[in-house]
Design a protein around this ligand. Structure first.
Ligand code: MEV
Length: 289
């Protein structure tokens, strides 16, 4: 029996733009998914195309048990974390000798297949390696870790990443003269923000700019706007949607002393708040229980 866990993620900058090869910056965060795999003749599995994809890709059969701290379908990368942790647990339990890089690449291929070709390698890379990751086209680079204080607001409004990505694609097709410059502007925000990762006040301003551009892409939602305004009013340096939008989560970058006040403002707006920070480990082996 082998148990591995992998962290969730937030997009600090560049969601949707990354689907078009633009840069993005994402960070691994503390909530984790724990996956136990057992080599057994009578396999029992959670019904999930991600789990099936993992066993198929590794060419083995076994049982799996999942315990997740990450709300699913919220934009916090739960499917990537499940996939990365499952592949790692299978790798360990069946002594398959895959490297971390193999795991990251296989996890991305599985995500892409399940999401019908519409996925960037962001979630799977961040969940595998942890820390802050810069994604641009095919390249992925770890950035120096920063002690950023984040409050996530889960709007509890359900959404579909595939549908939101599709919606942006349709808008881009209909109005390339508007959407292409917006994607260029998001790229500009990400490329500027990268120089201010150790300056939360400045970083917050870039997050607010990114939020305005996401609204032009049509991925906002009234409840997300409410949470973003509540967080900013309670003292956040900046706040924006994280992930696909249309529901799911927002993220606020906070002064340390205000994070609980900001979490309270989010909870008072009929949402669930998660006070969190960076995870620098990525996927890891857990002691079997
Ligand atoms: C979803 O968390 C982020 C998107 O950019 C899609 C992706 O990167 O795969 C909308």
């Amino acid at each position: 029996m082998a148990t591995w866990s992998a962290p969730g993620k937030v997009f600090l900058f560049g969601e949707h733009a990354v689907v078009y090869g633009k840069p993005g910056i994402a960070m691994a965060i503390k909530p984790r998914v724990f996956v136990t795999v057992r080599n057994t003749k009578r396999p029992q599995r959670a019904k999930s195309p991600y789990i099936d994809g993992c066993f198929d890709a590794m060419g083995v059969v076994g049982s799996v048990y999942i315990n997740s701290q990450i709300p699913s379908s919220s934009g916090l990368g739960s499917s990537a974390a499940v996939t990365v942790a499952t592949l790692s647990a299978i790798n360990d339990e069946f002594s398959l000798h895959k490297t971390r890089e193999d795991i990251a690449n296989m996890a991305f291929e599985i995500e892409k297949t399940v999401q019908k070709g519409r996925a960037s390698p962001t979630d799977t890379t961040v969940s595998t390696y942890g820390g802050i990751v810069f994604i641009s086209g095919g390249s992925r680079r770890r950035l120096p870790p920063q002690n950023l204080h984040l409050v996530i607001g889960d709007s509890l409004v359900s959404h579909s990443t595939a549908r939101m990505v599709e919606q942006v694609a349709e808008l881009k097709k209909k109005h390339p003269e508007i959407i292409d410059p917006v994607l260029d502007a998001i790229e500009g925000v990400s490329m500027s923000a990268i120089h201010h990762l150790n300056n939360p006040r400045e970083l917050g301003r870039y997050m607010n700019m990114n939020q305005s551009l996401l609204e032009v892409l049509g991925v906002g939602h009234p409840q997300l706007s409410r949470l973003i305004l509540a967080a900013r009013s309670a003292g956040a340096f900046g706040a924006k949607i994280t992930g696909a939008g249309g529901g799911g989560c927002m993220v606020a970058l906070c002064p340390k002393q205000f994070k609980h006040r900001i979490a309270g403002a989010i909870e008072a707006s009929e949402a669930r708040a998660i006070v969190t920070g960076i995870d620098t480990e990525g996927v890891r082996k857990e002691k079997n229980v």
